[in-house]
Design a protein around this ligand. Sequence first.
Ligand SMILES: [Zn+2]
Length: 160
Amino acid sequence: MTCVIHKNCLDEIFRHAQEAYPEECCGIIIDGSGCQFVRRFQNIQNLLHEEDPLRYPFSASIAYTVDRAEAERAFTSIKENGQILTAFYHSHPDHPALFSEEDKAAQTVFGEPEFPNTAQIVIALCGGAISGIKCFKWQPMTKEFSECRLKVGVIGDCKS
Ligand SMILES: [Zn+2]
């Protein structure tokens, strides 16, 4: 299994991860009309954590939450424009690029993923510098996200 991410998108998600550091960043990679582009999401984890620390014990440095309305707007636009949700991405500041149990929980409902064909990209940072990137995909047989090969594409980049 392979996930192809274009060079411009890779640069953009690395930039996002570095700008958000020491907090986690999150967003999606979309394919449409023969090119690929990044849509950044806001990580609202700190807002939730400040409002309700019991329900949201983690700050944005070790967790992320996407505003559901923002995500729904993006998913609707993807559908309306006949595009493909290629990947979700988020960063792990000063943690390795593993797909954690929390990550799995965030992407599944009753053990099943909401987007079984969408790749999951995790970017690791160490002291603010990019230290790793890994890609995971849902395996229906094992009901786990397992690592897949990340291939960097060089053609078909969007200039947006
Ligand atoms: Zn994570």
